[in-house]
Design a protein around this ligand. Structure first.
Ligand code: 13P
Ligand code: SF4
Length: 329
């Protein structure tokens, strides 16, 4: 979905620490000007701060963002998301400058699959095809046969011969969900996302009692105990489309809270309730995604840095399974 460009003359968010003091007052205007100057496109994920979502040229889930990265004719890709997403854009566009506002914007799920340990795991299953969720490093992609996202994982597994043994990495929750949906056995790498594992089943049941009219919609990275209560399961884009098209008026949303900004914009008359985390914390906000700020996005464009780079041999090896995914989606 393409975001509308909004005017935010007076809504610049609080500057983060260690940032220069000479930032323009109208950051939105300054970013728009840099976009023209650099022939840049801003790709953003729904888990970004609302300000970043509002200035993005394209806002989407991991599949949509990869498809946009594969077809853009911009010279510069400013990736407002996490490292593995920007890295995927670079793998697809070796000659473009790919900027990530904060290089520390990593991912707990990608971190849960270290390449050396995965290589040993893969060697124990030599007959298996490796399907890796896009939330992994370029090194893991380079060891994979096909990449998938939460929106095409079931479709991709269903296209493989029934007798083909499969390793699914790194997310055990998405892997288990795909096994249920396809009826296929797969060997699962035991990785997970710290944000999607934070939701409390007990509190979810209490919330459902308080809001019996609400539909529960959840991302497949959630644990099975949570997914059991979901009326609809899908990628971030699928959840947004479901909320927009449904004739129901209230939704309990079990995924990172950033998506609520788009849901509220798409359906202002509906009620969106974030699924409750285990503690009284903001742990339903991804700490990695939230490292990017509008100020850092501006600075990245102004300074043409930090830039995503990776060794050419890794890039070429990681490109093949991504291309297979794009062809099978
Ligand atoms: P999707 O946007 O593809 O559903 O993935 C969510 C996610 O975990 C991003 O980190
Ligand atoms: Fe990674 Fe989870 Fe954050 Fe997505 S929400 S970037 S999977 S840590």
């Amino acid at each position: 979905m393409f975001a509308t460009t909004l005017s935010h003359q007076n809504s610049v968010s609080t500057p983060s620490t260690n940032l220069p003091t000479d930032l323009p007052t109208d950051l939105f205007g300054a970013i728009e000007a840099l976009k023209q100057e650099l022939n840049a496109v801003i790709l953003a994920h729904y888990y970004q701060d609302p300000d970043i979502q509002d200035i993005a040229d394209y806002l989407g889930d991991s599949l949509g963002l990869s498809q946009q990265a594969a077809q853009t004719d911009a010279d510069v890709i400013v990736f407002a998301g996490v490292h593995f997403m920007a890295e995927t854009a670079k793998i697809l566009n070796p000659d473009k400058l790919v900027l990530l506002p904060d290089l520390d914007a990593g991912c707990s799920l990608a971190d849960s699959c270290p390449p050396d340990q995965f290589a040993a795991f893969k060697a124990q299953h030599p007959d298996h095809l490796v399907i890796s969720y896009i939330n992994c490093t370029a090194e893991i992609k380079a060891m994979s046969d096909i990449i998938c996202t939460s929106s095409n994982a079931v479709k991709i597994v269903n296209q493989l011969p029934v007798d083909q043994p499969i390793i699914f990495a790194p997310d055990r929750n998405l892997g288990r969900y795909v096994m249920e949906q396809t009826g296929r056995e797969m060997v699962l790498w035991q990785g997970s996302c710290m944000v999607h594992e934070t939701f409390s089943e007990k509190k979810m049941i209490q919330l459902q009692v308080q809001h019996p009219e609400a539909v529960v919609i959840a991302h497949p990275e959630c644990e099975p105990a949570l997914l059991r209560h979901a009326d609809y399961i899908g990628s971030t884009t699928a959840l947004l489309n479901y909320a927009r098209q449904s004739d129901r008026a209230a939704f309990i949303v079990a995924t990172e809270a950033g998506i609520l900004h788009q849901m509220q914009k798409a359906a202002p008359d509906k009620v969106f309730i974030p699924a409750p985390p285990i503690n009284q914390c903001a742990c339903n906000e991804c700490p990695y995604m939230r490292l990017n700020t509008l100020e850092k996005l501006y600075l990245a464009m102004r300074d043409r840095s930090p830039e995503i780079t990776l060794p050419e041999a890794t890039r070429l090896a990681a490109l093949k399974p991504i291309q297979r995914m794009l062809a099978m989606s």
